[in-house]
Design a binder for this molecule. Structure first.
Ligand code: PDD
Length: 293
């Protein structure tokens, strides 16, 4: 289905299968590119300014400028999502440093970036599986030290996720110097004695847009929260563990390294936060403004 939708490539809209880049693109050769994943609920892109600001930060960190203005990006999002009006979608965008005749580690003086975007339709929420929760394992964080950059060089994340799958788990929580940082494609929260905790912003993790929303919803609902380092031992004894992302929303981890988290079912605070998050989506779909920017 998604294959029949138009993709965006360098100013043009064309069928996804026809959108091609040269084999010398630096995104392909060096992982020299950054990306975003923006959910669109009921076809309405969610928290666009947050995603575009993070894109600017990622580009800036890799010595690039955003080739499109925020207004131009919004037009791209509108055009792509309009193909499936009213549907939940996921917008993927990527900016690479471009293709050059010679393969060289040296960054070219004049950059002709390649810009692409396409959408996928989100599967409808499967209530039974959401309520069952997910399983996670812990693994050493072997990634680099600029995980705040949303770079496409994701081999360590891909291999960690593969290991999680091998062990019958859905996600791996990455441990650096004895502290839990985040999942391979998600941010981490724990609940300890009714306090919601997420690791603080740093170069070692991605500042998630969903994580920010969860913190905003917690503040509005007077749920006590803190940004604090989470030791592996805190993770292992947490009452609740959540993983958040634009794709997973707020997922409850019910099993860690084969042992139940809490009583092995999504916890009370997760139910509360999930309800807040779903209510926000429902308001958005109905044309309201719930943390949309
Ligand atoms: N990943 N941490 C990492 C390493 C991620 O890759 C992601 C998201 C997050 C959550 O960020 P956000 O809430 O802004 O989606 C945290 C996307 C979904 C992906 O790679 O597909």
């Amino acid at each position: 289905m998604s294959d029949t939708l138009l993709a965006y490539l360098n100013g043009e809209y064309l069928p996804r299968a026809e959108a091609r880049l040269p084999i010398t693109d630096r995104g392909l050769l060096f992982g020299d590119s950054v990306y975003e994943v923006v959910p669109a609920y009921g076809g309405i892109p969610f928290r666009v300014s947050h995603h575009l600001e993070r894109l600017d930060r990622s580009l800036n960190a890799i010595r690039m400028r955003n080739p499109l203005s925020h207004a131009q990006w919004r037009t791209v999002f509108e055009r792509l999502t309009a193909q499936s009006p009213g549907q939940d979608q996921s917008i993927y965008l990527q900016v690479t440093r471009g293709a050059y005749p010679t393969r060289s580690h040296v960054i070219p003086n004049e950059v002709k970036s390649n810009v692409l975007a396409f959408i996928s339709l989100k599967r409808p929420r499967d209530e039974a599986s959401v309520q069952r929760g997910i399983r996670a394992i812990t693994l050493d964080d072997i990634r680099w030290h600029r995980c705040d950059i949303k770079a496409t060089a994701l081999l360590a994340n891909v291999l960690a996720r593969a290991q999680a799958r091998d062990e019958g788990a859905d996600e791996a929580i990455l441990i650096r110097d004895g502290a839990a940082m985040e999942g391979t494609a998600s941010n981490l929260f724990i609940v300890n004695d009714s306090l919601l905790i997420t690791p603080p912003d740093s170069d070692e993790l991605l500042s998630g847009i969903t994580r920010d929303l969860v913190l905003e919803l917690a503040r509005e609902s007077s749920i006590p929260y803190a940004q604090a380092s989470i030791a592996l031992s805190d993770l292992e004894t947490a009452d609740e563990i959540w993983l958040t992302s634009s794709t997973r929303e707020v997922a409850a981890v019910v099993e860690l390294n084969g042992r139940p988290v809490g009583d092995g079912r999504p916890g009370a605070l997760w139910h509360h936060m999930d309800a807040l998050f779903q209510a926000c989506k429902a308001r958005l779909r109905a044309g309201g403004d719930c943390h949309v920017e």
